[in-house]
Design a protein around this ligand. Sequence first.
Ligand code: CA
Length: 396
Amino acid sequence: MTWLELGDDAPFDAWTLPYGVFSTAGEAPRVGVAVGSWVLDLAPLAGAELFAQPTLNPFLAAGRPAWDAVRGRLLELVTEEAHRTSVEPHLVPAADVRPHLPFEVADYVDFYASQTHAENVGRLFRPDNPALPAAWRHLPIGYHGRAGTVVVSGTPVVRPSGLRRGGGADAAPAFGPSLKLDIEAEAGFVVGTPSPLGSRVPVGAFEDHVFGMVLVNDWSARDIQSFEYVPLGPFLGKSFATSVSPWVVPLAALAHARVSPPPRSPEPAAYLADAEPWGLDVSLEVEWNGTVVSRPPVRELYWTAAQQLAHLTVNGASLRTGDLYASGTVSGPRPGGSGCFLELTWNGAEPITLADGSARAFLEDGDTVTIRATAPGPAGARLRLGEVTGTVHPTP
Ligand code: CA
């Protein structure tokens, strides 16, 4: 219930209230909240100290009491007619706004939490070994990514170059632009409250440390990745760009999306035991040049974001405000649930046809991929959780 006239096509309703950083012509970047087809300029309404800022980091660092207080106030402002005259002057049309990277990324970690994805990649890359790595059911496998190449939605993605396997068993590796450029549709989580070096963050403290969720496209060059990654994991095949959505959805807005995670066997170690259900019934949608090609289900992830955070810190590694960690490719049964084109087209063996009649196995220059998400909201509503998009530019 809101006094704002949102319309059925509004990108965000009056409950989700995601935070981002925006600028208008001639003005400095500052914090806003997306509602309907507007961006609410927060500094005049909620204080310059936290919101007349070029990143969300000061607000992220303020911690859960501040996050809850500001969200409570925002819900009042957009639902109570009495606030209309004081709020309306601070609504900026979203069409006039340039979004910026919403937070300064401290560290970036990427997990591998989808069993379907891990098994499919195992079959494709390591056909002579068990599909799941030995540790996979015991802990959320992950690696440290490159924080400095996390970019906001809309940033061009330049096709990377690197070494890939040569043809034939004895052939020398070949250098050049990647021939297997791919996406990975993921759910990302943004850390607000830091933790000291030498301490652990238990599963049950997830909500005290994590502010919210972003949509992630972890662009991946499969030919570079498959040549370089043994035994230390992904490096240049992943580090050239990771796109995130400009609007960070607060965890509080996802209260109606929480579900029990899938059953685990064997029982995880005590430090990974679920304290509360943190599966999330978030549905992703992957659109390739305007054709929806898959709908990956976040609720099927084997390891929850709360378990990923506990694992990330169980050795005493500290958290910093602005840390980003992502789920890894979200994949359900293929082809309709695949979160990457490696799985969707089975490494190119089963190309798909887009609405314009063209066939695709991997990304071509000029291709645009947009990942969107929805989730259950209050009173049976379906929340829109924003989008992350990017277009492939040729290797210079
Ligand atoms: Ca990934």
